[in-house]
Design a binder for this molecule. Sequence first.
Ligand code: SF4
Ligand code: SF4
Ligand code: SF4
Length: 587
Amino acid sequence: MEKLVNLKINNIPVTVPEGSTILKAAHDSGIKIPTLCYLRDVNEIGACRICVVEVKGARSLVAACVYPVSEGMEVFTNTPKVRNSRRLTLELILSNHRMACLTCPRSKHCELLALADEFGIEAVRYAGDDMQPRIENTSLHLIRDNSKCVLCRRCVTTCRNIQEVGVIGPNDRGFDTHISCAFDRDLCEVDCISCGQCINSCPTGALAEQDDTDKVWAALNDPKKHVVVGTAPAVRAALGESFGMPIGTNVEGQMVTALRRLGFDKVFDVDHAADLTIMEEGTEFLHRLQGEGSLPMITSCSPGWIRYCEQHYGDQLDHLSTCKSPQQMFGSMVKTYYAQKCGIDPKDIVVVTIMPCVAKKYEVQRQEQRLPNGCMPVDISITTRELARMITSAGLLFDYLPKGRFDELLGISTGAAVIFGATGGVMEAALRTVAATLLGDENAPLEFKDVRGTEKGMDSIRVAEYELPGRTVKVCVASGISNAKKIMDDIRAGTCEYDFIEIMACPGGCINGGGQPLHTSYEQDYIDIRGLRAGALYNQDESMSLRKSHHNPMVKKLYEEFLGEPCGHKSHELLHTHYIPRKKHIL
Ligand code: SF4
Ligand code: SF4
Ligand code: SF4
């Protein structure tokens, strides 16, 4: 039985489980203690001293985020001594901070700015260094500005402990301490996989995505260009958060209207290409089950995951599905089928995608994805956050926008495609079509809840077995690189029993991508953001009449009119790719 501890917080009796920290005990009793470096289960290092409290009998203030409760303890969270200490700490941090809030991408969600406001700091009493921008801008996905870094190390522990990539850390000592890669190498020179999870962890504007919105505005304002946009499944489940809507609100209709009003010539749904991916990937899997190719087959939708696999498991690349990701399939269809159908030179088309992901910025420039007509499938990939900024700067009042519908040609999709945005979604979508192919639609199950993160835990590795004619198929779903590593080590050791594996780089899948709307540590700690966003997608799936990719009438038409058959010659030319072992950077 769980042992309980009795203590008093601000003279109120409280009973909490043994081992709780003061921070948790206070939260569970309805008291919020401010934090800055703390991120639950990720960064619990008691470094910033913003969360200090008084404990009766203790010689000095203690950091509530790491200090355990004990029987009879008396804690005070709001005394003059506590408030003065927190304020002093904050002023010292601010004295060494380049305060450029007016132009900072983080200003609406900055935890440092919120603390300064909370403490009523209008002027800083201490003069620090004359802070100049200290910008590292070498990668395609991320910008670091160490003049806005508070050295909380949330990015470091996220990269090292959550993703187990570990390419950033503190360099130098004392006043010169700064976060960067080992030996101050550029981010583009190390094994960063572009997942952007460090951006989501950062409390300030020290980390941000590369902003490509100017390129999109330039294309929209170029009368010679035909500008087509496509949105990924997970974007609709999160975009509303940027406009104050509750987490988990599905804003597909308003998003479509906003994109049209921004001036895009066509507004398509990348979900359509997700259905196409299932047709190709499902067929590829059936071929592999018949002995044509390596098993297990692993999904290839997540560019962060692909980059990690190429860097660390270059000897196992035959397990990756050769399918391009839905983003790249979408661009490939726009620059070939759509261009041909509309009589537009593909070189005059600009394809923009809206993604929950910053690694997609890296994926669009992968040369292996170039089409036979010489075009790259996608020209510009922007994140959910960048789209929100474009909508705001265009003066569109998002909450008031009527609901629009995607343009038809590449805009019709099924529920199977919608759930791509959540961990387990690609696997479930593929199983719906694979089972229907082998058992017939009437006998095949529609839902495969065993693989859903919403049912089994977002961070879990889910495994399931399904009886299909002639054999049992074993599947596995994992998200986050630390989980992926375990599976890949089994494959390398020859001990992996699975036939089909879904891997996504970001924990929880695309709904938690590095380009999604940001939340404070408090929200990240206490709200099931991933579950709510995933729930929005599963609800949409349930409400749809078409829920299997092979039922998508526009995908059927695409094969009839243009592609021929799944995994046929033309598909291979346009929709499949190859992978390259990339040298692991040795430091
Ligand atoms: S990080 Fe926060 S405090 Fe610093 S410039 Fe940006 S918004 Fe302002
Ligand atoms: S983008 Fe991902 S891999 Fe790169 S530094 Fe950030 S957390 Fe680490
Ligand atoms: S970059 Fe952001 S998350 Fe990393 S240490 Fe600096 S402030 Fe913290």
